[in-house]
Design a protein around this ligand. Structure first.
Ligand SMILES: C=C(O[C@@H]1C=C(C(=O)O)C=C[C@H]1O)C(=O)O
Length: 358
């Protein structure tokens, strides 16, 4: 009897899956039409703001029981697959494979994009600038370690635009071949990952030597070749290098996020929930810090970040990086930036892009 009931339920599931498949194909055909329309008007095919709006609308309207957290993942793959029908997306990222930047790139572009690992942040910028990749993904700041100087420095030389941001929760896991803590005789990782897990390592694995290498992914590769070694790396590195998780989430501060930027050759359209990044250097004069912030304060524009970096060509002069709420196409943002301009030796808008979901 129970079997009859199960059979009947499974038949219903098959019928529902047939409908989902029909709808997926119908969706793919419409996306192809959108692609043709955009090509006629020379518009960008990939529109992160539209994708964000799709996720938001579906999650907000989801009556359940299908979990809202899963909607983003499922739709990420649907959109990724639809996009690849029109134009296979090539995305360069700071490699090697299985770094946290790789995880971030997958989260943003899905499995149908072609993700290409490159050796350095400047190589990622160059690949995109030369048109060999549509987009590039690089880390820009970590909630514990601060900014990634190299990425900010790249914007001084490059004309690429920020197309979107990705926020990724970093989980540092201890990986080895057996999955047993007792087998660990040395721990290998990137110096930042080792630093972020120092207390846990001292308490749990005292007197075990720590080995610095260039990336968490390289550490995982080395641990795969040495059964006495463990790596601190992402869970993705475990699956890629055939390792097991001996202990999950070993970072001393459990709240650990990295923000990545997607760089491209164009500024995306307004989404209504945008952020703008600008960089500038100011002329040295009294009250200049106050004056450079005033245009934003006057218009009640929220500033979410301000960083300064030394200007390499001139000692003791600085470049400022500012993130503010709004799109450069908004009147208030455009006016504030124009009011700041006369105080600057130079000013560059790095891009306006949809805010990542927090
Ligand atoms: C279909 C579009 O193009 C792309 C594909 C999308 C999709 O599959 O829904 C969404 C945004 C774009 O990245 C669009 O802009 O509407």
């Amino acid at each position: 009897m129970a079997d009859d009931k199960l059979d009947a339920l499974r038949q219903r599931i098959d019928a529902i899956d047939d409908r989902i498949l029909d709808l997926l194909n119908e969706r793919a055909r419409v996306v192809i039409e959108v692609g043709e329309t955009k090509a006629g008007e020379k518009r960008q095919f990939y529109v992160p703001s539209r994708e964000q709006a799709i996720y938001q609308r579906l999650c907000d309207g989801n009556p359940g029981p299908f979990p809202s957290e899963a909607i983003r993942r499922v739709y990420r793959e649907i959109i990724s697959a639809c996009l690849s029908l029109e134009e296979p997306m090539k995305v360069a990222f700071l490699g090697p494979q299985a770094t946290f930047t790789h995880v971030a790139a997958m989260q943003q572009f899905g499995l149908s994009a072609r993700l290409v690992p490159l050796k350095s942040i400047s190589a990622v910028f160059e690949e995109v600038a030369r048109g060999r990749a549509h987009y590039g993904v690089v880390p820009v700041e970590n909630s514990n370690e601060g900014i990634v100087n190299h990425t900010l420095d790249m914007f001084m030389e490059s004309d690429l635009k920020v197309s979107s941001e990705i926020l990724l929760e970093i989980s540092h896991d201890l990986l080895n071949r057996s999955g047993r803590l007792e087998d660990v005789r040395k721990v290998i990782s990137h110096p930042q990952a080792l630093a972020q897990c120092r207390k846990w390592l001292e308490e749990t694995l005292p007197d075990i030597p720590l080995v610095d290498v260039g990336s968490t992914a390289l550490a995982a590769q080395m641990a795969a070749e040495d059964e006495t070694a463990a790596a601190i790396a992402s869970e993705m590195a475990a699956s890629l290098y055939g390792l097991k998780v001996a202990k999950q989430k070993i970072a001393d501060n459990p709240s650990n996020f990295t923000r990545f930027l997607v760089v491209g050759r164009h500024t995306p359209e307004r989404s209504g929930q945008d952020k703008t990044s600008i960089m500038f250097s100011v002329k040295d004069q009294p009250g200049i810090l106050y004056r450079m912030l005033e245009p934003f304060h006057k218009r009640q524009i929220n500033l979410s970040k301000i960083e300064s970096r030394p200007l390499k060509s001139k000692a003791w002069e600085y470049i400022f990086f500012l993130d503010l709420d709004g799109h450069i196409a908004d009147d208030s943002v455009r006016q504030a930036v124009e009011e700041l301009r006369p105080y600057c030796q130079f000013l560059k808008v790095l891009g306006s892009y949809p805010k990542a979901a927090r």
